[in-house]
Write a protein that binds this ligand. Structure first.
Ligand SMILES: [Zn+2]
Length: 191
């Protein structure tokens, strides 16, 4: 049995018994909230429970480290769509303690790529084409720094309306306890 066949078997049964019914909602976030958080597996169910988010409550954007790596990358685009098209009015960046993006080593990742068959010449070609892999494959010194940096990029974004509150939070991947790093209401944006 492969993972995919497991998924498809479950899915056929799920749909047949109308397992979707408790999850019915529409595309607009009921809590008018966008959450940017980490893809960490420990947060898959813990974070929505710990934040009291149910299906339909929030737009959730995930990546490794909850990082906004570029002001005009896909995370920021998603956030702007959530604000303008889906009526979100608040953003919560939720990093977590023990994040694997802390001190991520680009060289270590590239060594693994080479070990898996990516030719070193390809890496050289990329470098000579002006692609800065070191800054692209980058984490942060601490997850708190990561959240603060992401919050800054979002708050300063020229296309984000000033009345959107942007909060920075940390969550414990063990207990789900939230700590507030930066309260978005306190920065003169709203409320
Ligand atoms: Zn993480």
């Amino acid at each position: 049995m492969s993972i995919l066949s497991d998924i498809l078997d479950h899915n056929a049964e799920f749909v047949a018994r109308k397992g979707y019914e408790p999850f019915r909602t529409d595309v607009f976030p009921d809590k008018k909230l966008v959450v940017l958080t980490c893809m960490d597996t420990r947060l898959v169910e813990l974070l929505p429970h710990a934040m009291n988010l149910r299906n339909g409550d929030a737009k959730v954007i995930k990546n490794a480290g909850a990082i906004v790596s570029h002001p005009f990358g896909s995370v920021m685009r998603s956030m702007l769509v959530a604000v303008y098209e889906l009526n979100a009015t608040e953003v919560a960046v939720v990093g977590h303690y023990g994040c694997g993006m802390t001190g991520l080593s680009c060289d270590q990742v590239l060594q693994k790529a080479i070990a898996r068959g990516v030719s070193p010449e390809i890496l050289e070609t990329l470098q000579h084409s002006g692609i800065d892999l070191q800054s692209w494959m980058r984490g942060f010194d601490s997850p708190e720094d990561g959240v603060r940096q992401s919050v800054e990029v979002i708050r300063r974004h020229p296309l984000l309306p000033k009345d959107v509150a942007v909060h920075g939070l940390m969550i414990s991947p063990e207990t789900g306890k939230l700590d507030v790093l930066s309260d978005g209401y306190g920065v003169g944006k709203k409320k």
